[in-house]
Design a protein around this ligand. Sequence first.
Ligand SMILES: [Zn+2]
Length: 164
Amino acid sequence: MLYTAGNVAGSLTPEDVLLHATRSTRVWTPQEEFDSTNRYVANGAAGLGWNATAGPGVAAIHSSPYQWAWNARQASWRYYAIEIAQANLGDPIDDETVRTVAWLIKTEALRGNPKMGLRLPTHAEIDGVETGAFDGKTDPYPKNEIANADALRARIRAALAALG
Ligand SMILES: [Zn+2]
């Protein structure tokens, strides 16, 4: 686990976990994508921020579960935000990365609000619905790929249950 301090914009009581994907668009392994995202955070992330980045068997925490930063416009202050290392739309999200997401939810997100929901919305799903403006987000899966998003959520929930 790494700690790379990210931007913070205010206080958070997360109502759920928001799933993002990093999407550098480079041809990179999940580990390379994770490392690149971590460097992006260390270099300021253009003013954006999120709570943690999940890679294959590796997590980077950027802020506490009691802090929010700008990652989804007006929905930013409602969610514990996780960036999943996925360089391109359609790149597979491996089991090690799914386990990292589950670990972050168990050890970090739920600390911020033990009663939070685990609907696990994606950025694409709340884009233009909760954010206040439509940005055409497709992370981690486009809005019309609900089955893929549901499959990812099922894998995260199974990994969470396995953690006990
Ligand atoms: Zn996003």
